[in-house]
Design a protein around this ligand. Structure first.
Ligand code: NAP
Length: 526
């Protein structure tokens, strides 16, 4: 075989991937010192105007959206220029132009942009986390770990591209040799949610970019100031113009345009089931001027369950259920929304859990003494409060906490008497409401755990080895956790994502992820 014809990522010397250290705890002296200082520094910068970023240039629009602190909506975090049709089209054009050059850049060179972007984010760790405390109401730990996850995506996908950037020898047949390699799909649209405002957008953009696809990035309207951090890091590392474009704007106004555009080949979306299904449907339409079948990389909602078996570590279960259900106010796709307790231990365990919940403090996330903060905005607050009302109708409310007067707070709520037939047994609440279910035995608990349209995360607390083995086979979710919280997946070691109505099985942070952004090609030669 003539080896010089075989595409190959140039050799670069990257140390093996290691996860960024996660938040060490609120009592850590470095955190105690760095967080208040970073929050104070960020506060001095509040209210700035954020332009769009198209074709390597800042673009301002007269139309801006105020992004506010959910703990104090009078505090304007930033004013974000909003893209309309014209700007969205300009960004797509810029990405299309950049594709001609970017798709043929050596994969190792593309990877190095990500490694440098990771360095840039690492240097701003506390600053970026502090913005999340103020714009999204994230607790110190949640905000810190979000930035760490974004850095992990950059570092991991860089190495993955070097691995995948070298063609694979497929062997020979009848005196002919064969090799396969990957090429980028084309222009990518990335549409991100607000709840992991740096990590998720960063992960989707990094994957698309390193695989050779220029990106048009639409952050969530509720997290567009943090979304702008990607502009900072990609600009700092000198990513060529048009390879990354930032176009914040209302999904209801520019979403369809981005999704429907014939210039787009891949759409990476993370968000709700309803928007995800709409994107999948629209991406399936192919106007005559569209050259490729669109690929949708899609991660959606969850209705995650934790099962409590007869024999289990009670202290760990109480701590981890509370964290899974109420950490970041239950606003994680992986949050525990259903607690399924087997009958034998129900009356012993549930009262202790409620007692522990009563001790948790609620208030602004910038005070590390508060376990739970505000939800993201007034709309989320209204929706969750409707579910809290529903809880009183569908079950018996065991605890409904008090909340601060100001800010978008909702009560921490625990309700029992929920079954799979009830709405609270099926619908994603995306807030701090835990539906508790009494199952007659472990088999019924597992059947109930699987009884929703979603299949994202789940956890089991049990010391029964046979039950744990059964759960591995039959608790059908993308990420199953045994004797630990249902949240907190780490890049590389815990590839994340679900199936059924939770997503298309695409597993962010895993070895298959970059393949969604590339098309395979095969060459045969005598
Ligand atoms: P969302 O309302 O679906 O919004 C997600 C993104 O879609 C936002 O950028 C939004 O823009 C945009 N959008 C809205 N309408 C659109 C349209 N017609 N066309 C194209 N884009 C449109 O979700 P969210 O409230 O941000 O996030 C919470 C949801 O995400 C929950 O369901 C959660 O479970 C899920 N989630 C899943 C994962 C996972 O990995 N499976 C991870 C995180 C979150 P605007 O903000 O401008 O409306």
């Amino acid at each position: 075989m003539t080896t010089s014809r075989i595409p190959s990522a140039s050799a670069i010397d990257l140390p093996p991937f290691v996860n960024e250290p996660i938040f060490p705890g609120v009592d850590d002296l470095k955190m105690r010192e760095a967080f208040p200082r970073a929050i104070a520094e960020v506060r001095k910068q509040l209210g700035r105007t954020y332009p769009l970023y198209i074709d390597g240039r800042d673009v301002t629009t007269p139309n801006t959206l105020d992004s506010v602190n959910p703990a104090d909506p009078d505090e304007i975090v930033g004013k974000v220029c909003q893209a309309g049709t014209q700007e969205a089209e300009a960004a797509l054009d810029a990405a299309e132009r950049a594709l001609e050059m970017w798709r043929d850049v050596d994969p190792s060179q593309r990877a190095m942009y990500l490694v440098k972007a990771a360095d840039s984010a690492r240097r701003r760790m506390f600053e970026y986390a502090a913005w999340q405390v103020l714009e999204e109401g994230k607790q110190w730990a949640q905000a810190y770990n979000d930035v760490a996850e974004g850095i992990d995506f950059l570092e991991y996908y860089a190495r993955e591209m070097v691995r995948l950037g070298t063609a694979q020898d497929m062997g020979s047949y009848a005196d002919e040799s064969n090799f396969c390699f990957y090429q980028p799909k084309g222009v990518a649209v990335v549409i991100a949610p607000w709840n992991f405002p740096f990590a998720i957008g960063c992960g989707m953009c990094a994957a698309a970019i390193v695989a050779g696809n220029p990106v048009v990035f639409k952050p969530s309207s509720q997290s567009s100031v943090v979304g702008h951090h990607l502009v900072e890091i990609f600009r700092e590392v000198g990513l060529p113009a048009g390879v990354f474009n930032y176009v914040p704007g209302p999904g209801s106004q520019i979403g369809d345009l981005l999704v429907d555009s014939p210039k787009v080949t891949v759409i990476a979306f993370t968000g709700s089931m309803s928007v995800g299904l709409r994107i999948v449907e629209r991406a399936g339409r192919t106007p005559e001027n569209q050259a490729s079948v669109k690929k949708v990389v899609c991660e959606m909602g969850g209705k995650n369950a934790i099962v409590i078996d007869e024999d289990f570590d009670e202290e760990a279960a109480i701590r981890d259920v509370l964290y899974s259900a109420f950490g970041y106010q239950g606003q994680k796709c992986s949050a525990c929304s259903r607690l399924i307790v087997v009958d034998n231990v129900y009356d012993r365990f549930v009262p202790k859990l409620v007692e522990a919940a009563r001790k948790l403090k609620i208030g602004p996330a910038e005070d590390p003494g508060n376990y739970m903060g505000p939800v993201i905005d007034a709309k989320a607050q209204r929706t969750i409060l409707q579910y809290v009302d529903l809880a009183a109708k569908e079950g018996t409310v065991l605890y409904r906490s008090a909340v601060p007067d100001k800010g978008y707070y909702v009560p921490m709520t625990l309700v029992e008497g929920i079954t799979p037939q009830k709405r609270l047994g099926q619908e994603e609440v995306f807030g701090p409401l835990l539906s508790i279910m009494r199952a007659k035995d472990f088999d019924e608990a597992l059947a109930w755990a699987n009884s929703t349209r979603f299949a994202l995360t789940g956890a089991v607390f049990s010391r029964n080895e046979e039950h744990l083995r059964t759960a591995v086979r039959q608790f059908r979710v993308g990420n199953l956790y045994l004797n630990r919280p249902s949240v907190g997946a780490l890049v590389k070691v815990q590839p994340f994502g679900g199936f059924k109505m939770s997503g298309a099985g695409t597993k962010a942070g895993g070895p298959d992820y970059l393949l969604h952004f590339m098309d395979p090609r095969c060459v045969t030669q005598p």
